[in-house]
Design a protein around this ligand. Structure first.
Ligand code: KIV
Length: 260
């Protein structure tokens, strides 16, 4: 998949599947799967570093996760998140951070919000760095939103997100993540822009879907209504660990060929 395929897939009505990934072990599995593309989300802050929000995510973490995922998934299209405030400290800083993520192995960067950073987004796009926009529940605004809450519920809030989506397209963003907004609003935006929308908690009419890998594999215990769990990872992994521990305690591991 290339940046141009996002537009092509939308025009062909072919849905885009995306999952997050942060390490090379999972990246290798995804590389050999049918998943279309990978997001190195700043959700790494919570999933990999145990933080409560994405606010503490650091550039250095995102670079390291990007490098690891690229090493494991050489064939996949990779989008990496620009962490909190990296696009709010001026053009030079933002361009430098975006460039570092591409050098680390990303094909594109994702930026939360539009208003107040129009010039920066246009500059990054014009510098040859594809930008995916992220609208609706933008988790870096956790403190401003008063938590991880659904967005776009009032008419005024919905209008603002529509306006942002149109602006994202105009600034050259190649795709738009729509997080936790009403399905009808996501559908309206999907019809209003020519670039694909990738939904998470935004209904089925988006042009694609993204989920946090560890949530969909049932490893985090995080069960929002929009997360479909495809594996009971917690139980399976805990079961394997307990079996290994029991084998060690019983003196039955290692045995046979394992000792040779
Ligand atoms: O950081 C992340 O994982 C994300 C997705 C939830 C869209 O931004």
């Amino acid at each position: 998949m290339t940046t141009l395929d996002f537009h092509k897939f939308k025009s062909e009505n072919r849905k885009i599947s995306m999952v997050t990934c942060y390490d090379s072990t999972f990246a290798k599995i995804i590389n050999d799967s049918d998943i279309d593309c990978i997001l190195i989300g700043d959700s790494a802050s919570m999933v990999m570093h145990g933080e409560k929000t994405t606010v503490p995510a650091k550039m250095e973490w995102m670079e390291e996760h990007t490098r690891s995922v690229r090493n494991g998934a050489p064939d996949k299209y990779i989008v990496a998140d620009m962490p909190f405030l990296t696009t709010r400290k001026g053009l030079e800083h933002a361009t430098d951070c975006a460039g570092r993520l591409l050098v680390a192995g990303a094909n594109a960067v994702k930026i939360e919000g539009i208003f107040g950073q129009e010039e920066i987004i246009a500059h990054i796009v014009q510098s040859g760095i594809p930008v995916m926009a992220h609208l609706g529940l933008t988790p870096q605004f956790y403190n401003a939103f008063g938590g991880h809450k659904m967005q776009g519920k009032t008419e005024a809030a919905a209008e603002k997100i529509i306006e942002e989506a149109k602006l994202a397209e105009k600034l050259g963003c190649f795709a738009i993540v729509l997080e936790c907004i009403p399905a009808e609003l996501a559908s309206k935006i999907t019809k209003a822009v020519s670039v694909p929308t990738i939904g998470i908690g935004a209904g089925v009419e988006c042009d694609g879907q993204v989920l946090v890998l560890q949530d969909m594999l049932g490893m985090t215990g995080f069960k929002m209504r929009f997360v479909r769990q495809y594996l009971n990872g917690l139980e399976l992994i805990k079961g394997a660990l307990n079996q290994y521990s029991a084998d060690v305690h019983a003196g039955s591991f290692p045995a046979g060929d394992e000792i040779k």
